[in-house]
Design a binder for this molecule. Structure first.
Ligand code: AMP
Length: 271
């Protein structure tokens, strides 16, 4: 596996299908699953490891975000990644940058709770697409709204690549894998799987015809009594992320909730 730090050094494979997995590192099985899927579908797999400062708010965890390049490089190599792209911040942001701002799908949820977050995400992903020039890029459904944002950006800007959205990889107890799970105390870690249990119960009752508004209230209360502070719990359209008030296919229940200082997000997709 090549480790590359500058755009100029990125290898080009003119006859190969290039797959690309953008990440912020601190790899877990969720990241590795994206790389494995990319491996099965493309000839050369590029992974970027870049903790993107512009997608963190001023009071968020940019400084303390877990970083361990050596371990990440070993893990990426173990699943057959061809190129690990680890640019320093100056390589990605050498001067004040053009910004990609995606409308509509960013209006609610993470977009509302983390002002500027999706501008940072869309901007860095657009830059990375331009740098790596992949044919297929892979994103996790764990960050469901991010998938909608990238999809919209690619469509609006006619970017010449395909997108694949990969199902969420979970711990045995259902907790969605996340680099931020490392922040949880043992007590919080024991409570954390209730987030997914709640979403699973909620998605089942909505699919079975329960009243959406009252099911949301009931499950939000259940989360509060488990000790979560809920930023949002919603039932939404899978593509637009607009709230829904009755069951439809291609939808999802989504949540963001805090346990102490750790903010967790999760979702259950109803196909
Ligand atoms: P991050 O390093 O958190 O920016 O994530 C890099 C990519 O991995 C994003 O496309 C995430 O959606 C994806 N990802 C993170 N956690 C998971 C998970 N548990 N299952 C599947 N994909 C994930």
């Amino acid at each position: 596996m090549k480790i590359v730090r500058s755009v100029a050094d990125l290898p080009r494979y003119p006859t190969a299908t290039v797959g690309f997995v953008p990440t912020m590192g601190a790899f877990h099985e969720g990241h590795l699953d994206l790389m494995r899927v990319a491996k099965t579908e493309t000839d050369k797999v590029f992974v970027s490891l870049f903790v993107n400062p512009t997608q963190f708010g001023p009071n968020e965890d940019f400084r303390r975000y877990p970083r361990n390049e050596e371990r990440d490089a070993e893990m990426a190599a173990s699943v057959g990644v061809d190129v690990l792209f680890v640019p320093p911040v100056e390589e990605v942001y050498p001067r004040p940058s053009s910004i990609v701002s995606v409308p509509e799908v960013t209006a609610h949820w993470e977009g509302a709770h983390r002002p500027g977050h999706f501008d940072g995400v869309a901007t860095v992903v657009a830059k990375l697409f331009g740098m790596v020039r992949p044919h297929i890029a892979y994103f996790g459904r764990k960050d469901l709204q991010q998938c909608a944002v990238i999809q919209r950006m690619v469509e609006d800007l006619h970017l010449p690549l395909q997108l694949r959205f990969v199902p969420t990889t979970r711990e045995a107890d259902g907790l969605a894998m996340s680099s931020r799970n490392a922040y949880l105390s043992p007590e919080q870690r024991a409570i954390a799987p209730r987030l997914n249990e709640t979403l699973t119960r909620l998605s089942r009752s909505i699919s079975e015809g329960a009243d959406v508004a009252s099911a949301l209230v009931e499950n939000r209360n259940a989360l509060a009594s488990d000790g979560f502070e809920t930023d949002y719990l919603a039932y939404v359209d899978l593509a637009t992320l607009e709230p829904l008030d009755r069951f439809q296919p291609a939808s999802a229940v989504i949540v963001a909730a805090r346990l102490g200082n750790t903010r967790l997000i999760d979702n259950v997709v109803i196909e």
